[in-house]
Ligand binder design. Sequence first.
Ligand code: SAJ
Length: 400
Amino acid sequence: MITSAKICVLGLGYIGLPTSAIMAAKGFQVLGIDVNPKVVETINNGRIHITEPDLDLFVRAAVQSGRLRASLTPEAADVFIIAVPTPFKEGKKPEMSFVEQATQAICPVLQPGNLVILESTSPPQTCKKIIGPILEKAGFRPGKDIFVAHCPERVLPGQIMREVVENDRVIGGLTPESAEKAREIYGTFVTGQIHITDSTTAEMVKLVENSFRDVNIAFANELSIICETLNLNVWELIKLANLHPRVSILRPGPGVGGHCIAVDPWFIVDACPQEARLIKTARIVNDSKPDFVVTRIKQAAERFKKPVIGIFGLSYKQDIDDLRESPALKIAHRVSEEKLGQMYVCEPFIKSHADFELMEAEKLLRLADIIVLLVPHRQFKNFDRELLKPKIVIDTCGIW
Ligand code: SAJ
């Protein structure tokens, strides 16, 4: 039985931990590795250090069953899954040191016949030019005695436990045999289809998915800026244009956040700076949207002596507590730094914030002169329109 294989997962974050817990639930013996001793301790106590619906239940069950254990150092296993962060560093260049360190960390325990799977979102040719050479230096023949494959994660934060099982997966092998070995493993817990390709195509597929979304959101954001100049309602414009059977414009917003869509397109730009012109421009358009919103708040504030500004939403998207790369957070910081008025924040998904005074929705709605909607959380959708009427409303998401 394939599920008798021992799995070692490197990186117990938003991808590594859910994957470990699901695989343990399927019967695999899973050892999770993290460089942070606190994370290791938390997981070994059956608890979690990140927020994701249902993840706590899976981890508790996996640890109690004895099939999930966490440690600081890798041990011998049949399969190694690398799920460490790949952010960008200065100059928007991919920071690959975590992938390199994880690969180096497994070399002392690797044995011929093992399978190494990279799940981290990575620049094209990472398997070939980063992982392969590290394994070679350790005395292995990648693709021959150590199988190497890339299987990019594609789960949506907030839906991870369902999507990690149900989504289709793309698996790219350094060699066809590597991909087949990885297919056997994912086939045990993925109910979506598994598509096989080479490792570099798989790396690009993931980057292209997120760039596709970024470019399309940039189009919507650019329209929202054009509509301001033309004094048009962008929401009505998009609604009408989307009636066309082949048009499907996404929603403008305060900008693009999260640790994926705002980051991954830069990996393509870095790999092909001359060619990736549209992808780069989309990033610039989306990154400029928070400034545009701040300017609008500034213009509104100038109409008051001492305006009270109510910021609604801080997270990077609706109905979650994740603040990573959040455009709303950027905007709130700017409003506060530039002292545009007395600012309060309403964010129903977090209890407190070091930099801002949080206020309950209705109280802030009554108190504020300027209402700025930055995240379309479900709690904000049914606000009393009568309360909004006398206020200056800047609804960046078009929910009112
Ligand atoms: N956004 C808009 N307008 C829209 C849609 C989104 O402004 O019409 C904004 C959101 O508010 C948010 C950002 O874009 O700030 C990204 O949100 P998202 O829900 O589109 O995506 P993420 O970043 O949470 O997750 C993405 C997903 N990728 C795709 O949908 C192609 C997910 O499947 C990936 O696994 C994930 O990135 C990842 O880990 O790479």
